[in-house]
Design a binder for this molecule. Structure first.
Ligand code: CAO
Length: 444
């Protein structure tokens, strides 16, 4: 055992850099190259790693301290005895070279970085500041944490000094995204949608600016508010969720015959039983069998819901809205059909309340009444899957001896690959197909 002094290494021309984050505490076991503190100059943030491994016995700096090369940073008790040092039995070791992470103001290329390496102090996987000239104000460890969670720092509001983004801010942002509150509706309405989007935050080229009038007459119209809010949400979900889509077909020959019969028996004044109502009920059975589809991500945890609220996409003249059938597991097909018809009417009349659109666990987007074969619906965060349904058509299906004409319903299931694996998605679709093929299975 030996006590080892860890000193601030050579940090180039930087003087009086401020300690903005202390990453360890006394008693911690520290590995070689583990970051001890984050410091910041007016040009860059950098982490100062330990040059030795051991148990931290003393921390010689605190938040806000100004430090320079050679200052004593910490004292470690090292398990490996170093060669006997002259004097007091301990040795002074400069910390290994600091890890610069980003420059708030890109340095001129002639200016060396603090580590003496590249011309700009910037981590390879950080977005470049080429378009804005600035990056969100956050320490390297906060950036790393944000990267691991997929949090776009540009959207996080910092609560630290000078608006610095702290660990708590990233955690808070993640929680609010999971609760569907990352942006209030008003903010979302103002948020850039595709064509006006700020691609700089992703390090993308700016959106092409074209003088359309040069090529012919045109008319400009403001987008409807629903489209702006919906667009901002869809954009976030598309960018933040690793989507995968599985396609399958369900044989609904008998189910459709039953539905038509029921509607005929009920007469034209009865409640119209829709295919979508059967799909909602079948989805509930599949959500019960595969609970990870009825879950949401919350940081490193999965929240498994024990209620079954199923949303459906409704097309309205002003844009897409997604009302929710609550507790669909406790309702029959007729009740679901009736509620759907009421919610769809409210949607078309622009009268849906926020409560009508909250609390969904899973969404179905049906284009069955319109057409098409398959599509790739975008998941409605914080849900983890969405079922797209297209128009059923009569197809020749081989029954082992002959082709039979069967009414086949195309299913497109998009799922979040952070939560769901391909095998589970294939099983989910197959199970859904089995239920739609023989609805008695719902009773099992
Ligand atoms: N295959 C073949 N025909 C289908 C079908 C399917 N999968 N689903 C419905 N139909 C037929 C119905 O039989 C009905 O025909 P009839 O008028 O002859 O009885 C017609 O299509 C309309 O169906 P419906 O009244 O049952 O309505 P629906 O349940 O299909 O849809 C609603 C209701 C609100 C979901 C729908 O109006 C809607 O808005 N769909 C669009 C959703 C959307 O835009 N999704 C895309 C999101 S991604 O941008």
């Amino acid at each position: 055992m030996a006590l080892v002094d860890i000193q601030v290494p050579d940090i180039g021309d930087f003087k009086d850099v401020v300690v903005i984050e202390v990453l360890v505490k006394v008693g911690d076991t520290v590995k070689t190259e583990q970051s001890l503190v984050t410091v910041e100059s007016d040009k860059a943030s950098m982490e100062i790693p330990s040059s030795s491994a051991g148990v931290l016995r003393e921390l010689k700096v605190k938040l806000g301290d100004k430090i320079n090369a050679g200052d004593l940073l910490a004292v470690l008790e090292s398990a490996i005895s170093p060669p006997p040092p002259p004097g007091e039995g301990r040795e002074g070791v400069a910390a290994v070279a600091p890890t610069p992470v980003f420059a708030q103001t890109p340095m001129p290329s002639s200016q060396p970085s603090p580590s003496g390496g590249g011309s700009q102090v910037q981590a390879a996987h950080e977005p470049t500041a080429a378009f804005t000239g600035t990056l969100p104000h956050a320490s390297p460890s906060v950036r790393k944490f944000a990267r691991e969670l997929g949090v776009p720092l540009a959207e996080v509001e910092g609560s630290g000094p000078k608006g610095r983004i702290m660990l708590d801010d990233v955690q808070g942002f993640t929680k609010s995204v999971m609760a569907g509150e990352a942006r209030t509706q008003a903010q979302a309405a103002k948020a850039p949608v595709a064509a006006g989007g700020d691609g700089a935050a992703l390090g993308l080229l700016p959106w092409p600016q074209v003088d359309f009038a040069k090529f012919g007459p045109l008319e400009r119209r403001d987008m409807f508010r629903i489209k702006k809010i919906g667009g901002a949400n869809l954009h976030r979900n598309w960018v933040m969720i690793p989507h995968v889509c599985n396609h399958d077909d369900a044989d609904i020959t008998e189910l459709e015959a039953f539905r038509v019969l029921m509607n005929k028996e009920n007469g034209k004044d009865g409640i119209k039983i829709t295919m979508l109502a059967f799909l909602i009920k079948a989805s509930v059975a599949a959500l019960k069998k595969f609970p990870e589809f009825n879950a949401s991500l919350d940081g490193e945890q999965l929240v498994f819901k024990q209620y079954y609220n199923v949303a459906f996409a409704a097309d309205t003249p002003h844009g897409l809205v997604v009302p929710v059938i609550k507790d669909a597991d406790k309702k029959g097909i007729v009740q679901i059909s009736q509620e759907m018809s009421e919610l769809a009417k409210k949607a078309r009349d622009g009268k849906l309340s926020p409560a009508d659109m909250q609390g969904a666990c899973f969404t179905i987007s049906s284009l069955g009444g319109i057409g098409g074969r398959y599509f790739t619906p975008i998941i409605n965060a914080p849900e983890v899957a969405i079922l797209g349904v297209c128009k059923s058509t009569t197809q020749p299906v081989w029954d082992g001896q002959a082709f039979q004409p069967r009414l086949m319903l195309p299913l497109s299931l998009s799922w979040d690959h952070r939560v769901i694996d391909g095998a589970a998605a294939a099983r989910f679709n197959a199970y859904l197909g089995q239920i739609l093929g023989d609805f008695r299975r719902v009773l099992l």
